[in-house]
Design a protein around this ligand. Structure first.
Ligand code: GLC
Ligand code: CA
Length: 590
């Protein structure tokens, strides 16, 4: 499929806070497009669909690992950090992808799993066979498997210890994840230097940032639980200094699946910053909880807790990604409720989480998909989409582990969903052929052809968000309502304009959501907004004015939302609301 619509190539903007306004899109190279018919997606294939991603409104791609790897953990098990897995392409093709993305003002961040390597890595092979050699202390070796007793096991489905015995060195090595992924020993200065060297290798290639995979786990100690130990934070601070000094404008993104305060620690402080961004693991499961419990209480609670982060920091908000929907950061009672609603078949579970895609989780309910995305695009932070969720792709729980939601992207109703011309049996994973999500029904081409499709809806919301900097740059304040099913918050942005140099106007948007499975009316109380005019951000329609006491009653249909522009009485009255004008949909050519 190619696009005939002319696409502008504006080049990269120089906004140092670009990541605060950006819409991110996670795409595994393996899963998107196979350009040479060998059954596996590749860099050339991904580059051929940049027009589609630009049309959708994506500002930055997040690429999970495409390094040399035996692929026993989806590429998170790396055997050479400076080579591309040949079936994915070459370093030159990667450089070309970065160049072509940058021409479109699209950035690329890549995964950097620095906590561990594959057992196949040359460092490990040397370390196990030559304990006195230069790589002897590159991993965490011990004569017993009893060190670090407070460290929890993450992959509870497959591992019963964080230690594995190596018959060559005749010692145990430490591993936070699979036993074929030994942890690097960050106590060794040589390891730290090797890691910084790899960071520079990729940033020199023009990459716009790194997702620091499994970042809490770099250091272990006897007293601690091996999650965000002080030395881990010290290492990230140093890394940040290097990046700021030598590669300004590039970002570090923390993957820290922890409780709010602990995740926030990975931003560091104003004086000693660590990561520019961190995934919002605490808020994600609470979105799913609200949808089924029909109450906003959990979201209200977590959004009302103020977690201070440095001014330049930004959360990464997501609904799904390439991993299981993790339930590690919810209490047992909620976890059991979530399993009951979302993973009623044991096959749907994985470790402490649920290995399903977004659309099947929400039982393909269009209302719930829209509501979930409306939250994704209006909560504080930058939204991360997972490839295929924009068309409501399904999953395949008969596949192993997290492969259930890593199946080929569905482009067309043709052979292999237009992903590949290979013999269907040769695909790295089969395309989804289930009753509801079969690729002949769920694919980009058919959704481009329907103006009311999920794809067009999501694109419209993305472009609306992008027309209003308040979503990326503004504060959030939760407003009290008199209904448990209603969530109301106001996003406010003073409009300094420093980030673009073009001068953003100040702006306030009232966002209201209903989780109820029936229509509701509710009253919001916001004395600071007394007398304000409300207009719908999408269509510009006038809503009831907030009264002198700061109250307004809103009616919402089943599981729906409004984004309302707020104009205070003292502000100049706006008669028209900016409605983003989208370029026409590209015409797919087959
Ligand atoms: C991260 C990745 C996950 C991987 C793990 C071990 O959590 O997101 O996919 O299995 O690290 O590398
Ligand atoms: Ca290929």
């Amino acid at each position: 499929m190619s696009f005939t619509a002319p696409i502008q190539l504006p080049g990269l903007t120089r906004d140092p806070l670009w990541y605060k306004r950006a819409v991110f899109y996670e795409v595994m190279v393996r899963c998107f497009v196979d350009s040479n018919g060998d059954g596996t997606g590749d860099l050339g294939g991904l580059a051929s669909r940049l027009d589609y991603l630009q049309w959708l409104g994506v500002d930055c791609l997040w690429l999970p690992p495409f390094y040399m790897s035996p692929l026993r953990d989806g590429g998170y098990d790396i055997s050479d950090f400076k080579r591309v897995l040949p079936e994915f392409g070459t370093i030159d093709e990667f450089r070309d992808l970065v160049r072509r993305a940058h021409e479109r003002n699209m950035r690329i961040i890549m995964d950097f799993p620095l906590n561990h390597t594959s057992v196949d890595h040359e460092w490990f092979q040397q370390s196990r066979s030559d304990p006195e050699g230069p790589y002897g202390d590159f991993y965490v070796w011990s004569d017993t498997d009893e060190k670090y007793p407070n460290v929890r096991i993450i992959f509870v489905d497959t591992e019963d210890s964080n230690w594995a015995f190596d018959p060559v060195r005749r010692q145990f090595y430490f591993h936070r994840f699979f036993s074929h992924q030994p942890d690097l020993n960050f106590e060794s200065p040589a390891v730290r230097d090797a890691i910084v060297d790899i960071v520079k290798f990729w940033l020199d290639m023009g990459v716009d940032g790194l997702r620091l995979d499994a970042i809490p786990y770099l250091y272990e100690s006897e007293e601690g639980n091996g999650e965000g130990e002080p030395k881990t934070h010290d290492f990230i601070k140093e890394l940040r200094e290097t990046v700021d000094r030598e590669y300004p404008g590039r970002i570090l993104l923390a993957e820290a699946n922890q409780w709010p305060r602990e995740v926030a620690a990975f931003f560091g402080s104003e004086e000693e910053p660590e990561c520019h961004m961190a995934f919002d693991f605490p808020v994600m499961p609470r979105i799913f909880y609200s949808l089924r419990s029909q109450t906003a209480t959990e979201l209200v609670r977590i959004l009302s807790e103020t977690t201070d982060i440095p001014g330049a920091g930004a959360w990464g908000v997501f609904l799904r990604n390439h991993d299981e929907l993790t339930l590690e950061m919810v209490d047992e009672e909620y976890r059991q409720a979530m399993y009951g609603w979302y993973a009623y078949d044991p096959r749907m579970r994985s470790n402490i989480g649920i290995r399903r895609r977004l659309a099947p989780l929400l039982d393909n309910s269009r209302a719930e998909l829209e509501l979930a995305h409306a939250l994704l695009f209006s909560l504080p932070g930058s939204p991360f989409l997972y490839y295929g969720d924009e068309i409501g792709m399904g999953d395949n729980i008969w596949l192993n582990d997290r492969d259930s939601s890593r199946t080929p992207m569905q482009w067309t109703p043709d052979r292999n969903a237009g992903f590949s011309t290979a013999d269907p049996g040769k695909l790295y994973l089969p395309v989804v052929q289930s009753l509801v999500y079969h690729y002949s029904l769920v694919n980009v081409e058919s959704q481009l052809a329907q103006s009311r499709s999920l794809l067009h809806w999501i694109r419209n919301v993305i472009h609306t968000r992008k027309a209003h900097p308040v979503f990326g740059l503004g504060d959030l304040k939760v407003l009290p309502t008199d209904h448990d099913s209603a969530l109301a918050f106001v996003r406010s942005y003073a409009g300094t304009g420093t980030s673009t140099g073009l001068g953003d106007p100040p702006e306030q948007v009232l966002c209201v959501f209903s989780f109820s499975q029936n229509p509701i009316a509710f009253t919001i109380t916001a004395p600071e907004l007394a007398g304000a005019q409300l207009t719908d951000l999408f269509g510009g329609a006038r809503f009831p004015t907030i009264d002198e006491q700061g109250r307004v009653t809103i009616t919402l249909g089943t599981q729906t939302f409004f984004w309302l522009k707020v104009v205070l009485p003292q502000e100049p009255a706006t008669t028209t609301t900016a409605i983003p004008v989208l370029p026409p949909a590209p015409v797919p050519v087959r």
